[in-house]
Ligand binder design. Structure first.
Ligand SMILES: [Zn+2]
Length: 71
């Protein structure tokens, strides 16, 4: 993102970047190709799994803390 070079063109066409590879793409699209779309789907799934795993860890940690504080 920080690697922004000086544009010589005065008009900046409205665009956004592919969420995966940062390729400039039109505003109507989210990804440059179906490959990146698939990659994003995989990342979202992994992020959700990590989130659920983190949530599941809390009761375990609470039980462990309770057990250790009883000593
Ligand atoms: Zn892409």
């Amino acid at each position: 993102m920080s690697k922004h070079q000086k544009e010589t063109a005065p008009v900046i066409v409205k665009h956004k970047h592919c969420l995966i590879c940062s390729t400039p793409i039109p505003m109507s699209k989210d990804f440059c190709s179906s490959t990146c779309e698939q990659e994003n789907k995989r990342l979202v799934r992994r992020r959700r799994y990590t989130f659920i795993a983190t949530l599941a860890m809390f009761p375990v940690l609470l039980i462990l803390l309770t057990l250790f504080s009883r000593r």
